[in-house]
Design a protein around this ligand. Sequence first.
Ligand SMILES: NC(=O)c1ccc[n+]([C@@H]2O[C@H](COP(=O)([O-])OP(=O)(O)OC[C@H]3O[C@@H](n4cnc5c(N)ncnc54)[C@H](OP(=O)(O)O)[C@@H]3O)[C@@H](O)[C@H]2O)c1
Length: 252
Amino acid sequence: MPSYLVVGASRGLGLEYIRQLAKRPDAVVIALVRNPAKSTHLTSAIAGLKNVHLASKQVAEITGGTLDYLIHNAARMNPATIYNGFDDYPDVEQLDSDFVEAFKANGLGPVHSIKAFLPLLRASSTKKIVVIGTEASQPDFVRSFDFALAVAYGVTKAAGLLATTKYAVQLKDEGFVVVSLHPGLVDTSATGVAGASQAFSAFLNKTISSGIPIQILTPEQSVVAQLKVIDALSPSDNGLFLNYTGGEWRLG
Ligand SMILES: NC(=O)c1ccc[n+]([C@@H]2O[C@H](COP(=O)([O-])OP(=O)(O)OC[C@H]3O[C@@H](n4cnc5c(N)ncnc54)[C@H](OP(=O)(O)O)[C@@H]3O)[C@@H](O)[C@H]2O)c1
Protein backbone atom coordinates (compact mmCIF):
# COMPACT_ATOMS: atom_id res chain seq x y z
CA MET A 1 0.00 0.00 0.00
CA PRO A 2 1.95 3.08 -1.16
CA SER A 3 1.53 6.11 1.08
CA TYR A 4 1.39 9.67 -0.27
CA LEU A 5 1.57 12.87 1.75
CA VAL A 6 0.54 16.08 -0.02
CA VAL A 7 1.59 19.27 1.78
CA GLY A 8 -0.71 22.19 0.93
CA ALA A 9 -3.78 20.16 -0.02
CA SER A 10 -6.60 22.55 0.84
CA ARG A 11 -7.19 23.83 -2.71
CA GLY A 12 -5.73 24.20 -6.21
CA LEU A 13 -3.23 21.60 -7.38
CA GLY A 14 -2.83 20.07 -3.92
CA LEU A 15 -6.56 19.37 -3.74
CA GLU A 16 -6.48 17.85 -7.24
CA TYR A 17 -3.58 15.58 -6.18
CA ILE A 18 -5.78 14.28 -3.35
CA ARG A 19 -8.74 13.72 -5.71
CA GLN A 20 -6.64 11.70 -8.17
CA LEU A 21 -4.54 9.74 -5.66
CA ALA A 22 -7.69 8.80 -3.72
CA LYS A 23 -8.87 6.86 -6.80
CA ARG A 24 -5.87 4.51 -6.50
CA PRO A 25 -7.49 1.73 -4.49
CA ASP A 26 -4.29 0.54 -2.84
CA ALA A 27 -3.03 4.03 -1.86
CA VAL A 28 -3.04 5.63 1.57
CA VAL A 29 -3.36 9.37 0.97
CA ILE A 30 -2.71 12.07 3.56
CA ALA A 31 -3.79 15.66 2.94
CA LEU A 32 -1.72 18.04 5.07
CA VAL A 33 -3.26 21.47 5.55
CA ARG A 34 -2.53 24.32 7.91
CA ASN A 35 -6.18 25.02 8.71
CA PRO A 36 -8.53 21.98 8.42
CA ALA A 37 -11.59 23.98 9.47
CA LYS A 38 -11.12 26.45 6.62
CA SER A 39 -10.21 23.82 3.98
CA THR A 40 -13.81 23.49 2.81
CA HIS A 41 -13.08 22.50 -0.82
CA LEU A 42 -10.96 19.62 0.51
CA THR A 43 -13.36 18.42 3.20
CA SER A 44 -16.22 18.18 0.73
CA ALA A 45 -14.01 16.41 -1.87
CA ILE A 46 -12.89 13.71 0.58
CA ALA A 47 -16.18 13.15 2.41
CA GLY A 48 -16.76 9.38 2.64
CA LEU A 49 -13.36 8.37 1.21
CA LYS A 50 -11.76 5.79 3.50
CA ASN A 51 -8.20 5.92 2.11
CA VAL A 52 -7.79 9.70 2.54
CA HIS A 53 -6.80 11.23 5.87
CA LEU A 54 -6.81 14.88 6.77
CA ALA A 55 -3.78 15.45 8.95
CA SER A 56 -1.71 17.99 10.66
CA LYS A 57 0.53 15.93 12.96
CA GLN A 58 -0.53 12.31 13.16
CA VAL A 59 1.04 11.07 9.88
CA ALA A 60 3.17 8.30 11.45
CA GLU A 61 0.10 6.78 13.11
CA ILE A 62 -1.77 6.64 9.78
CA THR A 63 1.07 5.07 7.79
CA GLY A 64 2.47 2.81 10.47
CA GLY A 65 5.76 4.67 10.78
CA THR A 66 6.77 5.06 7.11
CA LEU A 67 6.06 7.37 4.18
CA ASP A 68 6.68 6.51 0.51
CA TYR A 69 5.98 9.79 -1.34
CA LEU A 70 6.22 13.35 -0.02
CA ILE A 71 4.70 15.89 -2.41
CA HIS A 72 5.39 19.44 -1.24
CA ASN A 73 2.92 21.61 -3.12
CA ALA A 74 2.27 24.52 -0.73
CA ALA A 75 3.35 27.99 -1.86
CA ARG A 76 2.42 31.56 -1.04
CA MET A 77 0.55 33.02 -4.00
CA ASN A 78 -1.04 36.10 -2.47
CA PRO A 79 -3.30 37.53 -5.24
CA ALA A 80 -2.64 41.08 -4.03
CA THR A 81 1.10 40.94 -4.74
CA ILE A 82 2.03 37.74 -6.57
CA TYR A 83 2.50 39.37 -9.97
CA ASN A 84 4.20 42.53 -8.62
CA GLY A 85 7.38 43.80 -10.26
CA PHE A 86 9.98 45.62 -8.12
CA ASP A 87 8.34 49.00 -8.79
CA ASP A 88 4.82 47.87 -7.95
CA TYR A 89 5.35 48.13 -4.17
CA PRO A 90 4.41 51.48 -2.57
CA ASP A 91 7.63 51.49 -0.53
CA VAL A 92 10.65 49.36 0.32
CA GLU A 93 9.17 48.24 3.66
CA GLN A 94 6.22 46.61 1.87
CA LEU A 95 8.55 45.07 -0.69
CA ASP A 96 10.69 43.61 2.12
CA SER A 97 7.72 42.29 4.02
CA ASP A 98 6.31 40.54 0.92
CA PHE A 99 9.71 38.98 0.13
CA VAL A 100 10.18 37.75 3.72
CA GLU A 101 6.70 36.19 3.91
CA ALA A 102 7.17 34.60 0.48
CA PHE A 103 10.59 33.25 1.51
CA LYS A 104 9.18 31.62 4.63
CA ALA A 105 6.61 29.70 2.58
CA ASN A 106 8.42 29.11 -0.73
CA GLY A 107 12.07 28.93 0.33
CA LEU A 108 11.87 27.43 3.82
CA GLY A 109 8.56 25.57 3.33
CA PRO A 110 10.07 22.66 1.37
CA VAL A 111 12.99 22.49 3.84
CA HIS A 112 10.64 22.23 6.81
CA SER A 113 8.52 19.56 5.09
CA ILE A 114 11.50 17.43 4.11
CA LYS A 115 13.13 17.82 7.54
CA ALA A 116 9.90 16.91 9.33
CA PHE A 117 9.16 13.79 7.31
CA LEU A 118 12.67 12.45 6.67
CA PRO A 119 12.47 9.87 9.48
CA LEU A 120 9.29 8.41 7.95
CA LEU A 121 10.66 8.60 4.38
CA ARG A 122 13.89 6.87 5.47
CA ALA A 123 11.81 4.02 6.89
CA SER A 124 10.31 3.34 3.44
CA SER A 125 12.03 1.60 0.52
CA THR A 126 10.43 4.04 -1.98
CA LYS A 127 12.03 7.31 -0.79
CA LYS A 128 10.53 9.80 -3.27
CA ILE A 129 10.33 13.55 -2.61
CA VAL A 130 8.66 15.91 -5.09
CA VAL A 131 8.64 19.68 -4.60
CA ILE A 132 6.34 21.58 -6.94
CA GLY A 133 8.39 24.30 -8.61
CA THR A 134 7.82 26.85 -11.34
CA GLU A 135 9.47 27.87 -14.58
CA ALA A 136 9.03 31.46 -13.34
CA SER A 137 12.08 30.79 -11.11
CA GLN A 138 14.32 29.97 -14.10
CA PRO A 139 16.74 32.65 -15.36
CA ASP A 140 16.35 31.29 -18.94
CA PHE A 141 12.60 31.90 -18.75
CA VAL A 142 12.97 35.37 -17.22
CA ARG A 143 15.54 36.45 -19.86
CA SER A 144 13.78 34.99 -22.86
CA PHE A 145 10.39 36.50 -22.11
CA ASP A 146 11.55 39.71 -20.39
CA PHE A 147 9.56 38.39 -17.43
CA ALA A 148 10.17 41.07 -14.78
CA LEU A 149 6.88 40.35 -12.95
CA ALA A 150 6.28 38.17 -9.88
CA VAL A 151 9.54 39.15 -8.22
CA ALA A 152 8.95 37.89 -4.66
CA TYR A 153 7.33 34.68 -5.90
CA GLY A 154 10.01 33.94 -8.53
CA VAL A 155 13.00 34.74 -6.31
CA THR A 156 11.71 32.70 -3.37
CA LYS A 157 10.62 29.74 -5.52
CA ALA A 158 14.21 29.79 -6.90
CA ALA A 159 15.40 29.48 -3.28
CA GLY A 160 13.07 26.51 -2.78
CA LEU A 161 14.40 24.92 -5.97
CA LEU A 162 17.99 25.21 -4.80
CA ALA A 163 17.13 23.88 -1.34
CA THR A 164 15.47 20.88 -3.01
CA THR A 165 18.57 20.31 -5.16
CA LYS A 166 20.77 20.40 -2.07
CA TYR A 167 18.57 17.80 -0.37
CA ALA A 168 18.85 15.66 -3.54
CA VAL A 169 22.63 15.70 -3.24
CA GLN A 170 22.56 15.09 0.52
CA LEU A 171 20.20 12.11 0.28
CA LYS A 172 21.47 10.50 -2.95
CA ASP A 173 23.56 7.82 -1.24
CA GLU A 174 20.58 6.72 0.85
CA GLY A 175 18.66 5.85 -2.34
CA PHE A 176 16.36 8.87 -2.36
CA VAL A 177 14.98 10.46 -5.53
CA VAL A 178 14.37 14.16 -4.84
CA VAL A 179 13.05 16.34 -7.68
CA SER A 180 11.33 19.63 -8.42
CA LEU A 181 8.39 19.49 -10.82
CA HIS A 182 6.89 22.29 -12.93
CA PRO A 183 3.09 21.76 -13.18
CA GLY A 184 2.51 23.95 -16.27
CA LEU A 185 0.37 27.08 -16.25
CA VAL A 186 -2.77 26.00 -14.38
CA ASP A 187 -5.91 27.96 -13.65
CA THR A 188 -6.51 27.05 -10.00
CA SER A 189 -8.72 30.06 -9.31
CA ALA A 190 -11.95 28.01 -9.00
CA THR A 191 -10.83 26.87 -5.53
CA GLY A 192 -8.67 29.93 -4.87
CA VAL A 193 -8.90 32.67 -2.27
CA ALA A 194 -10.76 35.93 -2.93
CA GLY A 195 -9.10 37.87 -5.73
CA ALA A 196 -7.29 34.84 -7.21
CA SER A 197 -9.40 34.81 -10.36
CA GLN A 198 -8.99 38.55 -11.07
CA ALA A 199 -5.22 38.35 -10.42
CA PHE A 200 -4.90 35.40 -12.83
CA SER A 201 -6.85 37.23 -15.57
CA ALA A 202 -4.75 40.38 -15.15
CA PHE A 203 -1.59 38.26 -15.35
CA LEU A 204 -2.82 36.56 -18.54
CA ASN A 205 -3.57 39.92 -20.16
CA LYS A 206 -0.06 41.13 -19.41
CA THR A 207 1.65 37.95 -20.57
CA ILE A 208 -0.40 37.65 -23.76
CA SER A 209 0.55 41.19 -24.70
CA SER A 210 4.23 40.44 -23.95
CA GLY A 211 4.25 37.45 -26.33
CA ILE A 212 4.86 34.62 -23.85
CA PRO A 213 3.37 31.47 -25.43
CA ILE A 214 0.79 30.18 -22.97
CA GLN A 215 -1.15 26.99 -22.67
CA ILE A 216 -3.56 26.99 -19.75
CA LEU A 217 -4.21 23.64 -18.11
CA THR A 218 -7.00 22.58 -15.78
CA PRO A 219 -5.87 21.23 -12.39
CA GLU A 220 -7.06 17.80 -13.56
CA GLN A 221 -4.95 17.87 -16.75
CA SER A 222 -1.90 19.07 -14.87
CA VAL A 223 -2.08 16.49 -12.08
CA VAL A 224 -2.75 13.59 -14.51
CA ALA A 225 0.49 14.58 -16.27
CA GLN A 226 2.41 15.20 -13.03
CA LEU A 227 1.44 11.80 -11.60
CA LYS A 228 2.75 10.10 -14.78
CA VAL A 229 6.10 11.80 -14.13
CA ILE A 230 6.05 10.85 -10.42
CA ASP A 231 5.11 7.22 -11.13
CA ALA A 232 8.07 6.95 -13.53
CA LEU A 233 10.72 8.56 -11.28
CA SER A 234 14.07 6.76 -11.33
CA PRO A 235 17.45 7.36 -9.64
CA SER A 236 18.74 9.19 -12.74
CA ASP A 237 16.13 11.92 -12.10
CA ASN A 238 17.56 12.77 -8.68
CA GLY A 239 18.22 16.51 -8.36
CA LEU A 240 16.49 17.50 -11.63
CA PHE A 241 13.89 20.18 -12.29
CA LEU A 242 11.36 18.20 -14.32
CA ASN A 243 8.51 19.35 -16.53
CA TYR A 244 4.96 18.01 -16.21
CA THR A 245 5.25 16.73 -19.79
CA GLY A 246 8.15 14.47 -18.74
CA GLY A 247 11.89 15.00 -18.86
CA GLU A 248 13.95 17.89 -17.61
CA TRP A 249 12.36 21.36 -17.85
CA ARG A 250 13.72 23.28 -20.84
CA LEU A 251 12.81 26.56 -22.39
CA GLY A 252 10.62 26.31 -25.43
N1 LIG B 1 -1.08 27.42 -10.84
C1 LIG B 1 -0.04 27.57 -11.65
O1 LIG B 1 -0.15 28.00 -12.82
C2 LIG B 1 1.34 27.21 -11.18
C3 LIG B 1 2.40 27.35 -12.08
C4 LIG B 1 3.67 27.01 -11.67
C5 LIG B 1 3.87 26.49 -10.40
N2 LIG B 1 2.82 26.37 -9.53
C6 LIG B 1 3.08 25.81 -8.20
O2 LIG B 1 2.09 24.84 -7.92
C7 LIG B 1 1.82 24.81 -6.51
C8 LIG B 1 0.33 24.95 -6.27
O3 LIG B 1 -0.17 26.10 -6.92
P1 LIG B 1 -1.74 26.43 -6.90
O4 LIG B 1 -1.99 27.25 -8.11
O5 LIG B 1 -2.53 25.20 -6.65
O6 LIG B 1 -1.81 27.38 -5.59
P2 LIG B 1 -3.05 27.79 -4.66
O7 LIG B 1 -4.35 27.42 -5.26
O8 LIG B 1 -2.81 29.21 -4.28
O9 LIG B 1 -2.83 26.86 -3.37
C9 LIG B 1 -1.71 27.09 -2.56
C10 LIG B 1 -1.65 26.05 -1.44
O10 LIG B 1 -0.53 26.40 -0.60
C11 LIG B 1 -0.99 26.63 0.74
N3 LIG B 1 -0.28 27.77 1.32
C12 LIG B 1 -0.29 29.04 0.89
N4 LIG B 1 0.49 29.82 1.67
C13 LIG B 1 0.99 28.99 2.62
C14 LIG B 1 1.87 29.20 3.73
N5 LIG B 1 2.38 30.40 4.00
N6 LIG B 1 2.16 28.12 4.50
C15 LIG B 1 1.65 26.90 4.22
N7 LIG B 1 0.82 26.64 3.19
C16 LIG B 1 0.50 27.68 2.40
C17 LIG B 1 -2.47 26.94 0.63
O11 LIG B 1 -3.10 26.61 1.85
P3 LIG B 1 -4.24 27.54 2.55
O12 LIG B 1 -5.55 27.14 1.91
O13 LIG B 1 -4.15 27.20 3.99
O14 LIG B 1 -3.89 28.97 2.24
C18 LIG B 1 -2.88 26.04 -0.55
O15 LIG B 1 -3.11 24.73 -0.10
C19 LIG B 1 2.67 25.92 -5.89
O16 LIG B 1 3.86 25.35 -5.38
C20 LIG B 1 2.98 26.84 -7.07
O17 LIG B 1 4.19 27.54 -6.89
C21 LIG B 1 1.56 26.72 -9.89
